[in-house]
Design a protein around this ligand. Structure first.
Ligand code: ZN
Length: 456
């Protein structure tokens, strides 16, 4: 028998604690919380007071009515920090400043109270119990130096589980990270997908006599290519689980169960929707669109219908683990991260990950798009696991991306593969993206065309 996600029990306890009558479903709990949030935000923030002036919270009669509320955009967080804040500054425990990558837009700022952070610890505690218990020694390769950072909240959650935790921080050098794995006799690891891939390939090539054996690995903070999951499971003999979250959610959002067939959502604290990125209209379960969420319990800076820019879908039907709660599919990528190629097709880092990371000789890579003399140039800097570097093989892999290959064959795009000379280079904690350094030229980039293609 498959173990049902521990988040079901957790939701039931949270519903009970909030005074829900026995037999009431999660929808009723979420409906009451969203009404409360709308009322609270309208009373305490200038932003929502203006935005929701004419809305009576009791007119929200079902979760479908939530689609009538206006969206909140990332730009609102940059422009209106003070207007969005619902508590006095002395009640704020942590403020996170996020630069909007690739643009000169002002940074987003998000605030949390101590209670808001405690809710995330509670979610991490129950989410981690899917695959972690008091017998485990966990190494966290995520930032943890600052109080309230993801590593710090994970440390507090692991303490509640009684597990031993080492907060290492992001991996910048594989040797030291591997040494920590051995020294702590780790059984579980939490980290960023491409960094753990680089670490596993480093370990196999440098210390083959001392294989790493782990029980479980949790990946977070970026697109997870299937190639990364299979490579980690094969080399570390572990099960790989995925977590989806962003700072705006309070860092925690959804996590896979033992069935690993979609992400169970953090339903007590967040209401998720999927909308058409163009029209903003809700899409049916099973259809891809943009992830939108509302916070249900946050006090410092509640967000109503926040547009994440992430692409995913709700998986229809019950989970094989036995839970009937809805699940979010693996996030396919970020809408604004994809670059437009000359014929209007889009290319994302996720496409390149899928094509390239299955090669056991690749440790990591970065990508940039430039204006060449004749045509655009896509340059990939690939860091090999060991010499010799087989750039021809890598080029062949990249050309399995069909629209890219078509442009190359028609002489409308050049592909250059450069061998990286920083061995086992990894890319920090920022989400990876294709650096678009093309000169702006209205004639080159088509203004219209299908915004995004969804590959399954
Ligand atoms: Zn499940």
């Amino acid at each position: 028998m498959m173990e049902v996600t521990p988040l079901d029990d957790w939701m039931a306890r949270r519903m009970h604690a909030s005074g829900m009558p026995p037999g009431a479903g999660p929808e009723r709990y979420q409906l009451e919380r969203i009404r409360e949030t709308v009322g609270y935000a309208r009373t305490h923030s200038r932003f929502y007071r203006a935005r929701l002036a004419h809305l009576d919270p009791s007119s929200i009669r079902s979760l479908a009515d939530v689609a009538r509320l206006p969206f909140t955009y990332p730009g609102d967080l940059a422009a209106g920090f003070a207007d969005l804040l619902c508590v006095s500054p002395r009640e704020v425990e942590r403020i996170v400043t996020l630069s909007t990558s690739g643009t000169t837009a002002p940074p987003k700022r998000i605030a949390f109270t101590a209670a808001d952070q405690e809710l995330t610890v509670d979610f991490f505690h129950h989410g981690l119990s899917t695959f972690t218990d008091r017998t485990d020694r966990v190494v966290v390769f995520m930032p943890g130096a600052a109080e309230g950072s993801v590593g710090d909240l994970l440390r507090r959650a692991l303490a509640k589980l009684g597990a031993d935790a080492t907060i290492f921080g992001p991996i910048s050098e594989c040797g030291q990270a591997l040494e920590t794995l051995f020294r702590s006799r780790a059984s579980c690891v939490v980290g960023i997908p491409c960094q753990l891939l680089a670490l596993s390939r480093y370990a196999r090539s440098r210390v083959p006599a001392k294989p790493v054996r782990l029980k479980s690995v949790l990946l977070s903070a970026d697109y997870v290519a299937p190639a990364i999951i299979s490579a980690l499971e094969a080399s570390w003999h572990c099960r790989v689980y995925g977590h989806y979250g962003m700072t705006e959610m309070g860092l925690g959002g959804a996590v896979e169960c033992r069935a690993r067939a979609g992400y169970h959502m953090r339903e007590p604290d967040l209401l998720f929707e999927i909308v058409d990125p163009g029209t903003g209209a809700p899409v049916k379960d099973g259809e891809f669109g943009e992830v939108v969420f509302s916070t249900l319990t946050h006090r410092a800076m509640p967000l109503i219908r926040y547009r994440t820019g992430d692409l995913a879908r709700i998986l229809p039907g019950p989970c094989p683990c036995g839970s009937s709660s809805k699940r979010l599919d693996r996030v396919r990528g970020r809408m604004h991260e994809a670059v437009k190629l000359e014929d209007g097709q889009s290319l994302s880092m996720a496409d390149l990950d899928d094509a390239l990371l299955g090669d056991p000789g690749v440790s990591a890579f970065s990508a940039e798009l430039e204006t060449g003399a004749e045509r655009d140039l896509l340059r990939l800097t690939v860091h090999p696991v060991r010499e010799p570097a087989d750039t021809a093989r890598w080029a062949a892999r990249v050309r399995t991306i069909e629209p890219l290959d078509r442009l190359i064959r028609r002489n409308r795009l050049d592909l250059e593969i450069v061998r990286g000379n920083v061995p086992f280079f990894t890319t920090g904690t920022a989400k990876r993206r294709i650096a678009d350094r093309r000169k702006a030229s209205a004639g080159r980039v088509p203004a219209r065309g299908t915004p995004f293609t969804f590959a399954e």
